[in-house]
Design a protein around this ligand. Structure first.
Ligand code: SAH
Ligand code: SF4
Ligand code: F3S
Length: 442
């Protein structure tokens, strides 16, 4: 059996894509392996979002090439395939600079991998496929299978928002929504092969506008009807496009988890304007209020960028003020990273690195305090936890509460991939400890 090793960088959409590339190459008989030394295909799925993410690419190609060279001495052929957002942005340069790479494929072309691999094996020619095709890759991908009890499902892809700092509209192309029927069929395929939880994905998931439902909220109501599916999540939402249906779903759909990732990026209206984010800080706070009214215990998380060009101390203080008002359960925060081809990278008033570092530290200290409070607030409670992974220690499992807080528990593998009632016994800033409450498993 031929083997494929996949290494994924970047967001959940990239993780989903990696799973679908595995499905596509499965049609040629490839099986995945965790060991690059035994792989016939070494596949890197790349991310372009910040400078650091892209920089990793060449060192990773070098690392994988060592396996390719060792295998060549054993007369074994190995293909290195590079996919993802860096390929979309800089594919030709990658192939020029890294001779070890055999095939480059952008995020909208990976359904063609079986054909490209077959073509390469016949002619041994290097190929790059990074155009935006007229057809959707989803029309060509084979049926998928669950690889865990919690699976991703892309419902929407691409972005028309053009925030001035962001490469995604260039790497993923314009917004595209799959039809509700296609999504429901994929959800059923995942559930019938073991999925209990589905995370609906989109670069702006709440901008979903496919056939078969009026908006993401209605789509969630339809997906919730699938027998055997226990939990629904969705990410990432864009703040100004929240519909009443979506808010109501949080009050009415039991399977919809009480969690929303709603990135504000900055608490300053002038920075938001310069970022081309289409809401103000107070509108954002109002939206959070609507969610909390519908589902008082909903956990809120966000992304933040500090040191955007022109961000003053006062602007940054406004971000801290919003954080204090909202109280986040968890968050991601980044120093602004100028990206090639984006308007913000050409703005004159770039912020010095040391100022960005200092602001990031202050913001992260506050966010971590809030996260710790959120973790401590569930100690003593009994919560349904979906146990999805084995822990580092034998006899330990890891899972997620409805609020997407990670918890570990001493239980044997028979509990893996089940929803189990756990009593939360202890909290640290990033994790919870728990014990079996009563043996209600699903
Ligand atoms: N579509 C989502 C975000 C996708 S990118 C949204 O609009 O919220 C994920 C996160 O990466 C962003 O929320 C942002 O915080 C961060 N990010 C994007 N471009 C960045 C850049 N140039 N520098 C630093 N962080 C960036
Ligand atoms: Fe990037 Fe903005 Fe689109 Fe999010 S909404 S993907 S940050 S351009
Ligand atoms: Fe990175 Fe592309 Fe996702 S740039 S964050 S992998 S959409």
């Amino acid at each position: 059996m031929s083997k494929i090793y996949i290494k994924t960088f970047g967001c959940q959409m990239n993780m989903y894509d990696s799973a679908r590339m595995r499905d596509a190459l499965g049609t040629l008989g490839y099986e995945t392996t965790d060991n690059p030394a035994e792989a016939d295909i070494l596949l890197l799925n790349t991310c372009h979002i910040r400078e650091k993410a892209s920089e990793k690419l060449f060192s990773e190609i070098g690392r994988l090439n060592e396996f390719k060279l060792i295998r060549a001495k054993e007369k074994k052929n190995t293909l290195i395939i590079v996919c993802g957002c860096v390929v979309q942005a800089e594919g030709a340069e990658i192939l020029q600079r890294a001779h070890a790479v055999d095939i480059g494929v952008g995020p909208q072309n990976y359904h063609r991998l079986p054909e490209l691999v077959a073509r390469y094996n016949r002619k041994k020619g290097r190929v790059l496929e990074a155009d935006f095709p007229a057809d959707s890759k989803f029309d060509y991908l084979p049926k998928t299978k669950a690889t865990s009890a919690s699976c991703f499902l892309a419902v929407q892809e691409g972005c028309d928002n053009f925030c001035t700092y962001c490469v995604v509209p260039y790497t993923r192309g314009c917004e595209y929504s799959r039809s509700a029927d296609e999504i429901i069929q994929e959800a059923k395929d995942l559930v019938s092969t073991g999925a209990k939880e589905i995370m609906l994905l989109g670069q702006n998931v709440n901008c979903w506008h496919g056939d078969g439902a009026s908006d993401l909220g209605e789509l969630i109501y339809r997906i919730a009807e699938i027998n055997g599916l226990e939990r629904i999540r969705y990410t990432t939402s864009y703040p100004s496009k929240i519909t009443e249906n979506l808010v109501r779903a949080h009050a009415e759909v039991e399977k919809l988890m009480p969690y929303i990732h709603l990135p504000i990026q900055s608490g300053s209206d002038s920075v938001l304007k310069a970022m081309n984010r289409l809401y103000t800080a107070s509108e954002y706070i109002d939206i959070i209020g609507r969610f909390r009214e519908a589902r008082p215990d909903i956990a809120i998380s966000s992304d933040f960028i500090v040191g955007f060009p022109g961000e003053t101390d006062k602007d940054f203080e406004q971000t801290l003020e919003v954080v204090k008002k909202v109280k986040y359960t968890s968050s991601f925060s980044f120093k602004y990273s100028p990206r090639p081809g984006t308007p913000a990278s050409l703005m004159k008033n770039q912020i010095p690195e040391d100022v960005k570092t200092e602001r990031l530290m202050r913001l992260q200290t506050l966010l971590l305090e809030q996260q710790k409070e959120a973790y401590e607030s569930v100690v003593g409670k009994v919560l349904p936890v979906l146990l999805t992974e084995k822990g580092k220690k034998d006899g330990q499992l890891i899972g997620y509460t409805p609020y997407l807080q990670s918890t570990h528990v001493s239980l044997d593998d028979s509990y893996l991939n089940k929803i189990v009632s756990l009593k939360i016994t202890k909290a640290s800033a990033t994790s919870l400890s728990s014990e079996l409450s009563c043996d209600i498993t699903k």
